[in-house]
Design a protein around this ligand. Sequence first.
Ligand code: ZN
Length: 251
Amino acid sequence: MRILVLSDIHANLEALDACLASAPSFDAVVNLGDIVGYGASPNEVAKRSRDVGKIFVRGNHDKAATGLIDLNDFNPMAAAAAIWTRDQLTEENLDWLGALPHGPVSLPDFPQVQLVHGSPNDEDEYVVSLGDALAPLIALNVPLTFFGHTHLQGGFFANGSSADGFRPEYRTVGQAESVPLQLKPATRYLINPGSVGQPRDGDWRAAFALFDTDAQVVHFHRTPYNLKGAQDRIFAAKLPPRLATRLAAGR
Ligand code: ZN
């Protein structure tokens, strides 16, 4: 089975469409949350996600947009975007986003794989460094956990003798590319597919991953998308302009 792993779409319809168009064939789509927030197409992205998706976990921005958390925990730019998003969302999309489950969620056919937004211990925790990853890696009782939240493509592994982090290395800065990671036996992984709609690893291209369960390979992908289209919508919506300009830098 080939599973498309999407995370942190953040209401960027142009980026989501590019990922769906450039992904090799897949059998199912899983989504690690932050479907909305920051970008200017929350209803379109919620609907598209629901139409293609199979399994979801909620993100902190999904909670913010549906009133499940206090916006005092958000920086002013994120809070402004959350309020705007809440105003825009249809009742149907608000209900759907508000009912998304808390992680970890296991894949029904693959109990050795789980999905979380932040970390397995705390859905709002950022796993940025190997130091952040060690405690969850040691505690994991499944070999493969997909996580999001940091908007940084790559991840961490631990086996009997070592633990380290990794990032896919690409050759270009503007073309569609993929980098495979062969999973090894007796190793635990925390893998981030990267952010579809607001990458923060210095690469502006939309990020996603494709997990081939038979071959035990995770393919990391980057794809160019209609950046200007996404930016123009953010300007037109009068969202904070920085939410548009940061997309070009991938920060
Ligand atoms: Zn996010």
